[in-house]
Write a protein that binds this ligand. Structure first.
Ligand code: ING
Length: 304
């Protein structure tokens, strides 16, 4: 028995600060169409896939900051993604900056949505692990102000039934934390979808710059294997507004093996036929949670 989902990881090259939403959506649609011609059931785009990675700049004008946010999803400029998804029968994961009015106040999140082949939003996730800092730190070559521009996600780690399996979503820094995978695996996740924007230079520890590619795959391969899940990880890559972003988008099997990886720093589609039943090789054996896990010994992890 096998449950094949054919997945496209649609890596994006740089998005310029002044690149219009319309132009970016054209790039996304080209990748979506190509994914469909390759038989993909869904295509995964990066984190903050509609704009440049604006947390690299310190901004004080809320109007200037809000220009990078979406106030509706779909909105007029992103509706074509939903229309083409319906037309072609392909789903997608999209990362974007979400501005909403909830509980009588404005909230801003680093968000991803999962859209099915009918063009319906089936899931929403708001980034839980916000890296970086909240105040301007001029000593840095560039800022990483996610703690300034976004609130921590308030929806938890969710899973959704779609494309014949159980899917989870995460965003960028979430992939470095083992808790992300374990919480989702305990909820039955079979495939994790995530996008990332990862600068090659890490100002607090520049001696690790050469390890960005290694650390990127290390945490996801471990997370995939230790939780018996597929991982689809998609970069915004290349030199974006003077900042070099890691590429190496990849699709990782539940064994931890990388089955596909991008080899450029531009717009690039990689695909794989992922058998969701292969998760059983891990979930029913080496990491059979029911048989082998000892949660009574792990309480410290959740308490501190
Ligand atoms: N970016 C980076 C990431 O976690 C980072 C932040 C870069 C952390 C390099 C550590 C080292 O991949 C986002 N957007 O989370």
């Amino acid at each position: 028995m096998s449950r094949i989902v054919t997945v496209g990881a649609a890596q994006l090259g740089p998005i310029a600060r002044n690149e219009s939403r319309a132009r970016v959506v054209e790039r996304l649609l080209a990748l979506m169409r190509r994914a469909r011609t390759r038989g993909c059931d869904l295509v995964v785009f990066p984190e903050l896939a509609l704009t440049t990675f604006f947390p690299r700049w310190y901004m004080e004008s809320q109007a200037e900051i809000d220009a990078f946010f979406e106030t509706a999803m779909p909105g007029p400029e992103t509706e074509p993604l939903f229309a083409v998804a319906r037309e072609l029968g392909i789903g997608f994961y999209l990362g974007y900056a979400e501005r909403v009015e909830e509980g009588g106040r404005v909230r801003r999140f680093n968000t991803s949505i999962l859209v099915d082949g009918r063009g319906e939003v089936v899931g929403r996730y708001r980034k839980i692990h916000l890296p970086g800092h909240a105040e301007n730190e001029p000593w840095r070559a560039f800022q990483h102000l996610e703690k300034r521009y976004f609130e921590p996600g308030d929806l938890g780690f969710g899973t959704w039934q779609a494309f014949g399996g159980v899917f989870g979503m995460a965003l960028c820094n979430d992939r470095r934390w083992p808790e992300t995978y374990r919480v989702l695996a305990l909820k039955g996740m079979e495939m994790l979808l995530l996008g990332y924007n990862t600068p090659m230079h890490y100002p607090p520890v520049p001696g690790h710059d050469h390890l960005q590619g290694f650390h990127n795959h290390l945490c996801m391969q471990a997370g995939a294997y230790q939780n018996g899940t597929w991982v689809v990880a998609v970069a915004k890559a290349g030199r974006e507004e003077g900042c070099d972003l890691l590429g190496q988008s990849c699709i990782i099997a539940p064994t931890g093996e990388i089955v596909a990886m991008s080899s450029t720093l531009g717009d690039e589609l990689i695909t794989a036929e992922c058998d969701l039943d292969r998760t059983r090789e891990i979930k029913e054996h080496i990491f059979n949670f029911e048989l082998h896990r000892r949660p009574e010994e792990y309480r410290l992890i959740a308490e501190r």
